[in-house]
Design a protein around this ligand. Structure first.
Ligand code: PGA
Length: 258
């Protein structure tokens, strides 16, 4: 059988997390990023500001080159869920992407089952779900691989084959997030292949190879290109360096020129 391996457009996502502290600063950062990222040819840029700033930033950052997303949603459309924001609300605010299952949310008690419901809800509402997976530590008996496989299998349990066009997987080893350096390009490549194997087992090779795999964890303007090349990943999920307009723009430029 001949498989068509698609050339996937690269995706660079900026996860602002719970930053900056005021709407003024958020608008300024959005403006700076918009000015610095002029035109990309092969890269989709996605900004994920805090939900509370989303609507004020949207007219500024909703250009052809820059898409925008939420950092989290609740799977139900509405109801008695104090403090929550639903996937339907995100969609109604014209979000196109939602980060789901980030390790910082899992640390607050989000289980694989909850993550799975969120992934389904995001896709059902017509947005792209960015499912974050990654081991907390590496152990010599390879339990960390079982851990990641479980996150993927359970995270995708509600999806049908056709839903895969709305899926991105972000591999983020927890110990590399907010750290001083990413894991090596070789290790990223190994995990990339591992994730593709799991997806192949679930959906077949052709579908599996169409799902973009991103890397996240201590990505910066200096290491971004090396990570994408050595890890053969389809893009990056950037935390700290997405809060520095110049650095973020440098990351986008270096990947777009590949
Ligand atoms: P970092 O965060 O780039 O600051 O390490 C990455 C992430 O949490 O997605």
């Amino acid at each position: 059988m001949i498989y068509t391996i698609l050339m996937i457009k690269k995706i660079i996502m900026g996860n602002w997390k719970m930053n900056p502290e005021s709407l003024e600063e958020a608008k300024k950062l959005g403006d700076e990023i918009r000015k610095k990222i002029v035109k990309t040819k092969r890269t989709t840029v996605v900004l994920c500001p805090p939900a509370v700033f989303f609507n004020s930033l949207k007219p500024k950052i909703a250009t052809k080159n820059i898409k925008y997303g939420f950092q989290n949603v609740h799977p139900e459309s509405s109801g008695s869920f104090t403090g929550e924001v639903s996937a339907r609300m995100a969609k109604n605010m014209k979000a196109e992407y939602v980060i789901v299952g980030h390790s910082e949310r899992r640390l607050m008690g989000e289980t694989n089952e909850i993550v799975g419901k969120k992934v389904s809800s995001v896709i059902k509402n017509g947005m792209t779900a960015v499912l974050c997976v990654g081991e907390k530590e590496i152990d010599e008996n390879a339990h960390h691989l079982i851990f990641v496989r479980d996150q993927i299998v359970k995270g995708l349990s509600g999806l049908k084959n056709e839903d895969l066009t709305k899926l991105v997987i972000a591999y983020e080893p927890v110990f590399a997030i907010g750290a001083s350096k990413p894991i090596s390009g070789h290790e990223i490549h190994q995990r990339n292949i591992f994730i593709k194997k799991i997806l192949t087992g679930l959906y077949g090779k052709e579908k599996a190879f169409s799902v973009p795999i991103l890397y996240g964890g201590s990505v910066n303007s200096e290491n971004a290109k090396k990570i994408v090349v050595e890890g053969s990943v389809d893009g990056l999920l950037v935390g700290r360096d997405s809060l520095k307009a110049l650095n973020f723009a440098e990351i986008v430029k270096s990947i777009d020129s590949l």
